[in-house]
Unconditional design. Structure first.
Length: 368
């Protein structure tokens, strides 16, 4: 039964976030730059009367009227206040407060965007299906297996430690990158009977560093591997992990580690034991990820087909279609410097104002 679910899950995730065309509207404060290779058509919304961008091929699973794209994976705001949006296949969007731009293979951006972060020099880095991409403010440069000793070009997670070293989780394992060269970092597998995988048995789905300096590696079938600088410790279903197929992890401000899985829901590790909120019936949905802690310390995460949840330290609150979140798959949650909440996923980009959700088009809403 799981093998069927694996195929379905990957099929959904691989659906592209299609590109857009250049629009001009005298009433719009947002300009768009067309760098997407695919063909699109501009139409007008019958409901609002505003022009919007739509793909020439509408996928019924991901299409929402007026959306920016059909599948948005990552959201990040850099030190200059620019918002970056990573799509599933067709590149990157950037909003600088005045205009919306698109970057794709013509600009040196190719493949699915799985991670976005910024180093202390102001360079913005992207994990992608074609390697690790660096943007220096002018150009995009891709570091890949073709010119480096990396495990794989298919990047699933990127972590930048305090020493300025990138830890890169790929489809075939972990590589470390010092800004010039890759070094392979082998991750031993836990002893798991009859392991199953969503994508690859060697895939590292997520990487984080805890308060003690231990490196945590989420795997696709072998639970979690923790490296203390000398040796590895493993957490699997036998140790209380709800599922060995880890989708994402996050350490909160209290030092607790939240873990999302593909088939066991969400759990929290307090340094001693796991608490499985899905097993307790508190959280619906077995595929969980997209963790984020907001400025108030509230924990947010997504549960596929059940919207998003937040946890205020005492109780969980669910947000779904009743609040205007018209998507079953949220892949990224972010609160920017202006306290705007952004949600990306199937159906594109959404804003949350504290009460309800709104689908974001090229015309916004961008500001408060």
């Amino acid at each position: 039964m799981k093998s069927i679910l694996f195929v379905a899950s990957i099929s959904l995730l691989m659906v592209s976030c299609n590109g857009q065309i250049k629009t001009e509207d005298s009433q719009s404060t947002v300009q768009t730059k067309d760098t997407i290779a695919t063909k699109f058509q501009q139409t007008s919304s019958q409901k609002s009367g505003l022009p919007y961008l739509q793909t020439s091929i509408k996928d019924p699973l991901f299409y929402i009227d007026g959306q920016l794209c059909q599948h948005l994976r990552k959201i990040y705001q850099d030190k200059n206040g620019q918002l970056w949006f990573g799509t599933n296949v067709y590149g990157i969007m950037r909003y600088d407060g005045e205009k919306l731009e698109y970057f794709d293979d013509k600009d040196g951006v190719d493949g699915r965007i799985t991670a976005i972060l910024e180093d202390n020099k102001g360079n913005v880095w992207f994990g992608s299906a074609s390697g690790l991409i660096k943007y220096d403010g002018v150009t995009f440069t891709t570091f890949s297996k073709q010119n480096q000793d990396a495990y794989s070009n298919e990047v699933w997670s990127v972590y930048l430690d305090g020493k300025g070293i990138f830890w890169i989780g790929t489809n075939e394992g972990v590589s470390r990158f010092d800004g010039k060269e890759f070094t392979r970092f082998p991750i031993p597998k836990a002893n798991v009977k009859n392991p199953t995988t969503v994508y690859s048995y060697n895939r590292i789905t997520h990487i984080l560093e805890d308060t003690k300096g231990n490196m945590w590696f989420g795997t696709d079938g072998y639970g979690i591997s923790v490296y203390d600088g000398t040796q590895f410790t493993f957490f699997t279903e036998e140790n209380g992990l709800p599922n060995n197929n880890v989708s994402e992890m996050m350490m909160d401000s209290r030092g607790d580690i939240w873990i999302g899985t593909y088939f066991g829901g969400v759990s929290m590790y307090d340094g001693k034991s796991f608490t499985n909120f899905t097993e307790k019936g508190i959280i619906k949905g077995i595929e969980v990820g997209s963790f984020y802690e907001d400025k108030k310390g509230t924990i947010w995460f997504a549960a596929e087909n059940h919207g998003v949840y937040n946890y205020n330290g005492k109780s969980f609150t669910n947000f779904n279609e009743e609040q205007g979140l018209n998507t079953n798959g949220v892949l990224s949650i972010y609160q920017d410097k202006e306290d705007r909440f952004w949600f990306g996923g199937w159906g594109g980009l959404f804003r949350y104002d504290g009460t309800s959700f709104t689908s974001v088009t090229a015309q916004g809403p961008w500001d408060k």
